[in-house]
Design a protein around this ligand. Structure first.
Ligand SMILES: *Cc1c(COP(=O)(O)O)cnc(C)c1O
Length: 333
């Protein structure tokens, strides 16, 4: 602070606002804000426990529904829910969109993704195979390699229950060594498993690629180490494209998960866990093996109904229109 800005605020004063030993930006913000909120209910609770002296509210994040919808879903929504662009709450009426048209819109988004992956990966991906997506900053707490906790088990499921292909993307911060190691590990695992599961780690992750992946996969995977994920937003992007999540109950997913209707949870809710990560991994494999893959491959109508619920229940709510309204009403006023 002294080096960069000099004593623009008397240091005694800064110590009172931002901590005695070092400049704590969180304390500084807490002390200078008229209203404080977490970015999901859980984040509000966790933050409140960390900073008991400050009243902390919560306003759950959202994504801009139009920006994050694939071309095919934009066309579908325009046809059935014309108001959706400026009033994404009306995506609740996705419940009346015919299932075959939802499937068709998803098919176009998936085709676009698979074509992209096939241009950028040595392996050949197949649009008829169940496709799991994982794309976000590569950093340790997000545990991108979690699905490989028992790689043999994953391969066994793919062999015996239904084929699986995996699409990854995400950059690590240049100074985040463990984050970079994780990318290397997944690329190596992709080589080792290539005969049983096709795995792509796509380069140059950005918003465009993010949009392509969140809209084009069949399942959105999210395996952070709870309670570290403040909100998470990529699963919301998936939801507005009818893509269900399989996720640890952390961040926004505690609010968005209706088990079997909008997706699936991994492991018990935070605060209720007794065992370690192996317990969570077992749960992930069980859900894939007994609930998710059988519905995707054998009960297609039920699968598409889940997609419809993702849009109607989560797409209609976890968007910026609702979020900004809550900031205006609950925070700014
Ligand atoms: C949405 C998005 C993120 C955030 O994803 P999380 O699931 O919240 O980590 C990061 N990077 C890009 C490019 C995105 O589009």
């Amino acid at each position: 602070m002294a080096q960069v800005l000099g004593e623009i605020v008397p240091f005694d004063c800064l110590r009172m606002l931002a901590g005695d030993e070092q400049l704590n930006m969180t304390l500084l913000a807490l002390n200078l804000s008229g209203h404080v909120n977490g970015v999901a209910k859980k984040h509000g609770e966790v933050s409140q426990a960390m900073f008991p002296g400050y009243p902390i509210d919560s306003i759950t994040n959202g994504i801009h529904a139009f920006t994050w919808s694939s071309e095919s879903f934009r066309r579908l929504y325009d046809r059935y829910i014309p108001a959706w662009r400026n009033d994404p709450l009306s995506l609740r009426y996705a419940l009346s969109i015919p299932l075959d048209e939802i499937w068709e819109a998803h098919g176009s988004a998936k085709k676009e993704l698979i074509e992209y992956v096939n241009r950028h990966s040595p392996l050949v991906f197949d649009p008829d195979i169940f496709t799991i997506g994982f794309a976000r900053r590569a950093t340790a707490y997000k545990r991108p390699d979690f699905i490989f906790t028992d790689a043999a088990k994953l391969a066994h499921i793919a062999r015996t229950v239904g084929k699986i292909q995996l699409i990854f993307a995400g950059k690590a911060h240049p100074k985040d060594r463990p984050g970079k190691e994780l990318i290397r590990r997944i690329v190596d695992l992709g080589d080792q498993l290539s005969r049983e599961i096709h795995i792509a780690y796509l380069e140059n992750y950005d918003m465009n690629l993010g949009g392509l992946i969140t809209s084009g996969v069949d399942l959105w995977l999210n395996t952070p180490l709870a309670p570290n994920e403040a909100s998470g937003t990529s699963g919301m992007k998936a939801a507005v494209n009818g893509v269900p999540s399989l996720s640890v109950l952390d961040g926004w997913w505690i609010e968005g998960c209706i088990e079997g209707s909008t997706g699936w949870s991994i492991g018990p809710a935070t605060g209720y866990r007794r065992e370690g990560p192996t317990d969570e991994a077992q749960d992930l494999y069980n859900k894939l093996e007994y609930l998710i893959l059988p519905v995707f491959y054998k009960k297609r109508e039920e699968w598409i109904r889940i997609m419809q619920h993702c849009i109607a229940i989560n797409g209609s709510f976890f968007n910026t229109h609702r979020m900004v309204q809550q900031y205006v009403l609950n925070s700014y006023f």
